[in-house]
Ligand binder design. Structure first.
Ligand code: BEZ
Ligand code: FE
Length: 289
């Protein structure tokens, strides 16, 4: 008698024992053990299992070049955030989820240039510096920035409404590792809910909102590329991010500035908001596998 399918599980695990690549073997054996344990715990009916397959099929059908519903599923289940946590390096600024709105090939912009191509919203200046784990500057680091507008939409969500490249810029830090750009304060916003992940949130009575944030991807030769966020202090949903990406150390004061001299330095009118950040990069991890 195969008590609760334990013998079946052991046979499936053993079937992967012949996989020649050790990591492939480890992954397939662990996936088998955990999936079988899930089935033993939940005891799905045939109908429920078919519904699960239909759900994952719908997630796949929702994916195309500009929409990655599987990434969003991983996001709302907290798995994307957990992958960041297990890969975190205590020497570096904390990483957070990439999200679905990053575009490769952000428009290159000069330091101080505006990523806001529309002109509505609260003017804002972001200044920062990229350092190594000892605090020494990393000259020439690339700082890829993307954010939604003051109504909570990314340019790719509103083609024909927002100009392409609005809210995006690729900056190169100067010889002191410093960078700066002008923008508008982003809004909090809902993640897209018109697909199966939205139906999952509705079924769970969970809201889809993310607190206001600016995305940063910072890279330099000899360092681990860091994908992170600046969260706007005081934003709604800081304590209930739909994708679990908030880390206290990433919440930044977007302070109101009324000083005309400071405004002149950055080429903005008063009052404006100013966020200042230090981004620490860690050296490359030893390849362990
Ligand atoms: C974002 O911040 O762009 C995002 C992250 C996860 C899911 C949806 C959007
Ligand atoms: Fe975002």
């Amino acid at each position: 008698m195969d008590q609760d399918g334990q013998d079946l599980t052991a046979r499936v695990v053993a079937s992967f024992g012949v996989a020649p690549e050790p990591r492939t073997r480890e992954v397939l054996e662990a996936v088998t053990r955990h999936l079988h344990a899930l089935v033993r715990e939940l005891r799905p009916t045939q109908r429920e299992w078919a519904q699960a397959v239909d759900f994952l099929t719908a997630v796949g059908h929702m994916c195309d070049d500009t929409r990655q519903e599987f990434v969003m599923l991983s996001d709302v289940l907290g798995v994307s955030s957990l992958v960041e946590v297990v890969n975190g390096d205590p020497e570096s600024t904390e990483g957070t989820v990439l999200g679905p709105f990053h575009q490769t090939g952000s428009p290159p912009r000069a330091l101080g240039e505006s990523i806001d191509l529309v002109g509505t919203g609260t003017p804002c200046v972001v200044t920062g510096r990229v350092t190594d784990s000892t605090g020494a500057p990393v000259p020439g680091a690339s700082v890829d920035v993307w954010q939604c507008d003051d109504h909570g939409f990314y340019d790719v969500q509103q083609p024909g409404v927002q100009p392409q490249g609005n809210g995006r810029g690729l900056f190169t830090a100067d010889a002191q590792g410093a960078f700066r750009f002008r923008t508008v304060v982003p809004s909090h916003y809902p993640i897209p809910t018109d697909g199966p992940v939205g139906r999952l949130l509705t079924a769970a009575h969970r809201h889809p909102y993310r607190p206001a944030h600016v995305h940063l991807m910072v890279a330099a030769p000899g360092f681990r590329t860091l994908t992170t966020h600046l969260f706007v202090a005081g934003s709604p949903y800081l304590d209930g991010d739909a994708v679990f990406a908030v880390r206290p150390g990433l919440v930044v004061d977007f302070a109101e500035v009324s000083d005309a001299a400071q405004a002149a330095v950055h080429g903005v009118d008063t009052p404006f908001r100013h966020a200042d950040v230090t981004v620490r990069l860690a050296g490359p991890k030893e390849a362990t596998r």
